[in-house]
Design a binder for this molecule. Structure first.
Ligand code: ADE
Length: 222
C-alpha cells in the first residue's frame, strides 16, 4: 500500500519512521510519500491560503496549490482523503475499508479548510474522494488526524503486525465489541489481586469471565 501525505508541515510525519509502520516500510509492505504543499505555491511568497469569499474569520487554502499537489500523486487507483472536522466520522469499519485500498492520499488542510472545489473537482473526475473527521472536536490541522488514520489502517495490512491474531479479538473488531481487561505477573501488585479465575487454567470459565468483563467495560463507556 502507498500512503501520500500533503501538508505545509512535512515534519509532522517523522513518527511514521518508528515502530511497526517503520518496520513495514523497511519490508516494503508500506510505501510513504510526504509532500510539502508550499512546493506547489503559485507565487513568490509561497502563499497557500487567501481570504474567504463571503467574508468571515480565517483563511481558506487555495485550490490551485492543492490541485497541483494532488495531480502529482493521484492515479486511477488512488483514494483521496480530505481531513476536516466536517467529514464522516472515522471508525474501525472505515479503517477496514481503507485497508483494501492500494493508494491513499491524505490532504491535510489547515486554517478554515481547503477550497471546496478541490473536493468537487476530483469527485467529478471520477476519483474516490472522502472527507473524514477523526472525532467531534477541532484540531489545528489535518496532520495528526492523517497519522491516526494511517496507523489504524496500516496495522490491518497483512505482514504489518507480528501476530495477525492480535486484530481478531480486539476492541471494535466488531461493532460494539470491547475487549476484556488484561493482567500479567505478578499475581498481586500493591494489594490488588489478578481475578482468581484467570489463574485457574479453566479455559471455559476464563472465556466466560472475559466476555462479561468486556461487556461491563463497554457499558461503563456509554
Ligand atoms: N482537522 C481539524 N479537526 C479535525 C478532525 N477532528 N478530524 C480531521 N481533521 C481535522
Amino acid at each position: 500500500m502507498k500512503l501520500d501525505f500533503i501538508s505545509i508541515f512535512p515534519e509532522f510525519f517523522e513518527p511514521l519512521k518508528l515502530s511497526l509502520i517503520g518496520k513495514a516500510r523497511d519490508k516494503s509492505i508500506i510505501e510513504i510519500g510526504v509532500h510539502d504543499l508550499r512546493d506547489q505555491a503559485i507565487n513568490v511568497h509561497r502563499q497557500v491560503d487567501d481570504t474567504p469569499y463571503g467574508g468571515g474569520a480565517g483563511m481558506v487554502m487555495m485550490p490551485e496549490v492543492w490541485g497541483k499537489a494532488i495531480d502529482k500523486v493521484i492515479t486511477q487507483e488512488s483514494e483521496l482523503i480530505i481531513l476536516t472536522p466536517a467529514g464522516q466520522l472515522f471508525n474501525q469499519r472505515m479503517a477496514e475499508e481503507l485497508s483494501n485500498s492500494a493508494h491513499l492520499i491524505f490532504a491535510c488542510g489547515r486554517y478554515e479548510g481547503i477550497d471546496d472545489r478541490v473536493r468537487q473537482y476530483y469527485l467529478n473526475e471520477g476519483f474516490k474522494v472522502r472527507e473524514v473527521s477523526i472525532g467531534d472536536y477541532v484540531l489545528n490541522g489535518g496532520e495528526v488526524a492523517a497519522i491516526v488514520i494511517a496507523e489504524a489502517v496500516s496495522r490491518l495490512i497483512p505482514g504489518v503486525l507480528g501476530n495477525p491474531e492480535s486484530i481478531v479479538d480486539e476492541s471494535h473488531s466488531e461493532d460494539g465489541y470491547i475487549e476484556y481487561p488484561a493482567f500479567t505477573k505478578p499475581a498481586e501488585w500493591r494489594g490488588i489481586k489478578v481475578p482468581e479465575v484467570l489463574l485457574s487454567g479453566n479455559h471455559a470459565e476464563i472465556a466466560k469471565w472475559r466476555k462479561s468483563a468486556g461487556e461491563s467495560r463497554a457499558n461503563h463507556n456509554q
